[in-house]
Ligand binder design. Structure first.
Ligand code: SF4
Ligand code: SF4
Ligand code: FES
Length: 278
């Protein structure tokens, strides 16, 4: 009888390598079980929220607290549930928010495994328990508040303002309707960094690859007919890491809560680089 290689493999005992739990992970990544808070007495429609908690000043590891939210006493968005928890159960819960209508970008977090805005995600879209974590791959300042210092530094690096070389016109710098439409799909970015936090290439090179949010803005200025710094902008991106670490995985486009397409913006920059080379 001929024994094929695949048969040998399938008959061999399963080998398990006893990698210790939390092996080699830094403290922010070692998550333990936290407190479980009961539902209010008499609540009829209750949903559990497992929420990431971390306070670096406490000296303790992060933990997951379970809160049981009374849905009859709470608005319909995840941000409403976080307010409910903060107001009624644990006032120490930290999260960012401002506009409450998907405009400021500050309530970006990871819900059931996807980066999105807490103010525009319906509670009913999440499982039970709903899993609420901070934005992926960022250092954590406290609870659901990520450190975005590097992300904004990368945004600044692309010089996100209009740059001109020609003399000032008497009136404003005009655009045709067609020229104006070229920044549609880019100027709407609210800098929530859901995309950059979801980008595997950025996880591996967080300092050197600019990431989808900054690159989308780079294209927003490259495609603006009034901007006259095209060559300098392309020179700044002509680098093995800043632009070319994008491998078109498109996590960024899938997770953008404003429906934008950073992957396309990056492809447009690469196309312009090629055109320039001739
Ligand atoms: S398309 Fe590029 S920027 Fe977007 S997630 Fe993939 S690698 Fe990151
Ligand atoms: S492109 Fe979308 S996901 Fe990325 S920062 Fe802008 S709005 Fe947020
Ligand atoms: S609070 Fe402003 S986008 Fe959610």
């Amino acid at each position: 009888m001929i024994i094929r290689k695949s048969d040998e493999v399938s008959r061999s005992p399963v080998r398990r390598f006893p990698v210790p739990r939390n092996f080699g992970m830094d403290r922010q990544s070692r998550i333990g079980r936290g407190k479980t808070w009961p539902a209010p007495r008499g609540a009829k429609h209750v949903k559990a929220f497992d929420v990431y908690r971390y306070d670096p000043e406490s000296g303790e590891n992060p933990r997951i607290d379970r809160f049981r939210v009374d849905l009859d006493d709470c608005g319909s968005m995840v941000l409403d549930a976080l307010f409910w928890i903060k107001d009624r159960v644990d006032s120490t819960l930290a999260f960012r928010r401002s506009c409450r209508e998907g405009v400021c970008g500050s309530c970006a977090m990871n819900m059931d495994g996807t980066n999105w805005l807490a103010c525009t995600r319906f509670i009913s879209d999440l499982g039970d328990p709903a899993r609420i974590y901070p934005l992926t791959s960022r250092s954590i300042i406290k609870d659901l508040v990520p450190d975005l210092t590097d992300a904004f530094a990368q945004y600044e690096l692309i010089e996100p303002w209009l740059q001109t070389r020609s003399p000032e016109p008497e009136t404003e710098r005009l655009q045709s309707a067609d020229e104006r439409s070229r920044i549609d799909g880019y100027y709407e970015c609210i800098l929530c960094f859901c995309c950059t936090s979801a980008c595997p290439s950025h996880w591996w090179n967080p300092r050197r690859f600019l990431g989808p949010a900054a690159l989308l803005h780079a294209w927003r200025w490259l495609t603006d007919s009034r901007d006259e710094a095209t060559e300098e902008r392309l020179d700044a991106l002509e680098d093995p890491f800043r632009l070319y670490r994008c491998h078109t995985i498109l996590n960024c486009t899938r997770t953008c809560p404003k429906g934008l397409n950073p992957g396309k913006a990056i492809a447009e920059i690469k196309r312009k680089m090629l055109e320039r080379r001739g």
